[in-house]
Design a protein around this ligand. Structure first.
Ligand SMILES: Cc1ncc(COP(=O)(O)O)c(C=O)c1O
Length: 409
């Protein structure tokens, strides 16, 4: 008799986005014909860079000719792209080898799958608030213990709670943990840790033989000096960190799909010396993954250099321009806001200690604007909402005009 993986029953979330959709649909039913403005979801809206599109079209044409057709590629990604990634990282002063890169169909799947190469008894530390996949993948991996509904947290995880006082930057745990998930620049708070703050984690991980899973999906949004684009800018990080990243927010690949994971040869853990985790991830990918789309890989290559890079940068600047509009608008209302400078997300404190779902309802009902309630990312987000800068400029302007005129705060 087949039975299910009962760890799925322990999953508490899956609640956030369906609940937003439910409340929005209910409101629309009551207010037919009134358009809703969405500043909630982190989904890109602007056209792909032209150089990327041309590169992908060329690949499609090559696929249409048997002389240049290619089928399955290497599970780890095409060599030309892995070599190009090495050059890309050199810009930030980071030296890596092509065999340390694993090209994938996006950062989300890698962030979810990476836990498979670690034992079920690893103690996992996760930021609160956090991008939900780190929590959920480790719940399914059997590391969470029971969900404590009262606290809104799992008994088995160590939470690195961030707060206003600490600029939403986490600090290493007091006790011993084995796996640490860091997202920098952070989704949802928009906070970005500096070299020193990331170094504290690297030092902790080396001292405790822990491994850091570092999600840098928003690194291209760093516009100010003093913040690392990659964890490998920190001395010693190759011994203790895996980096996961993505073309999604950097070059509009949310629908195209392309990401990468770096597992350095030097990386070690409690029961395995240098090279073991690189070999394990390689094994995992070769067993369960057949490589990223060859069309996407050609597009990704084009995004890394020359015109493709300039056009990708222009996209990032566009979204950061939206972020500034949102930030300025909310500040003018007297709200306390974080993020939006080195990140596409603005983390706004709710007025009068309002719960994040209450503020969500207020913005929907009075302003017809949908945001993401911070409580959905963890208990530390209870008094915050996340505004996303992904939208057409005119829509963002209109939404902010409505918030300023109608929120009544
Ligand atoms: C922190 C973070 N990591 C990863 C992802 C997913 O990236 P991808 O589109 O490459 O799967 C997102 C998407 O919103 C994200 O916010």
């Amino acid at each position: 008799m087949a039975t299910i993986n009962a760890h799925f029953n322990t999953l508490a979330s899956g609640y956030l986005f369906p609940e937003i959709a439910r409340r929005t649909a209910q409101w629309q039913k009551k207010n037919p014909g009134v358009p809703v403005m969405r500043l909630g979801i982190g989904n890109t809206t602007e056209a792909l860079p032209e150089a990327v599109r041309i590169a992908m079209k060329e690949k499609i044409d090559a696929l249409g000719d048997r002389a240049t057709y290619t089928g399955y590629g290497d599970e780890q990604g095409d060599t030309y792209l892995r070599e190009a990634m090495v050059d890309y990282y050199r810009r930030w002063g980071v030296d890596l080898e092509p065999t340390e890169f694993f090209i994938s169909d996006g950062a989300k799947s890698d962030a979810a799958n990476i836990q498979q190469i670690f034992g079920p008894d690893n103690v996992v530390a996760i930021q609160d608030p956090a991008y939900p996949v780190y929590v959920d993948s480790n719940v399914v991996g059997g590391r969470s213990g029971r969900y404590n509904a009262e606290r809104g947290q799992y008994d088995g995880f160590v939470y690195l709670t961030t707060s206003e006082e600490g600029r939403f930057i986490p600090t290493p745990p007091n006790g011993k943990v084995d796996l640490i998930y860091l997202c920098n620049p952070n989704n949802p708070t928009g906070a970005v840790a500096n070299h020193q703050e990331v170094k504290a984690f690297v030092d902790y991980a080396i001292a405790n033989k822990a491994v850091i899973i570092y999600d840098s999906a928003y690194s291209e949004y760093i516009t100010e000096e003093g913040y690392p684009r990659s964890i490998y800018e920190i001395e010693g990080a190759k011994r203790c960190a895996i980096e996961i990243s993505s073309f999604s927010k950097f070059s509009g690949f949310t629908g195209v799909r392309l990401g990468w994971t770096i597992v350095p040869h030097q990386l070690e853990c409690e029961d395995g010396g240098p090279g073991v985790l690189n070999k394990l991830w390689n094994r995992r990918q070769c067993t369960f993954f057949n490589g990223a789309s060859n069309i996407s890989q050609r597009g990704g290559y084009a995004a890394l250099f020359g015109r493709g890079y300039e056009e990708s940068r222009a996209l990032v600047e566009y979204y950061l321009g939206n972020a500034k509009i949102i930030r300025d608008g909310l500040t003018s209302l007297g709200l306390t806001v974080y993020g939006g400078v080195n990140s596409p997300y603005i983390w706004a404190k709710t007025p009068n200690e309002m719960d994040s779902w209450q503020f969500f309802d207020l913005l929907l009902e009075r302003c017809h604007v949908v945001v993401t309630p911070g409580g959905g990312f963890g208990p530390a987000g209870k008094h915050f909402v996340r505004f996303s800068s992904y939208g057409h400029r005119e829509d963002v302007e209109q939404a902010m005009k409505s918030v300023k005129e109608n929120a009544g705060i």
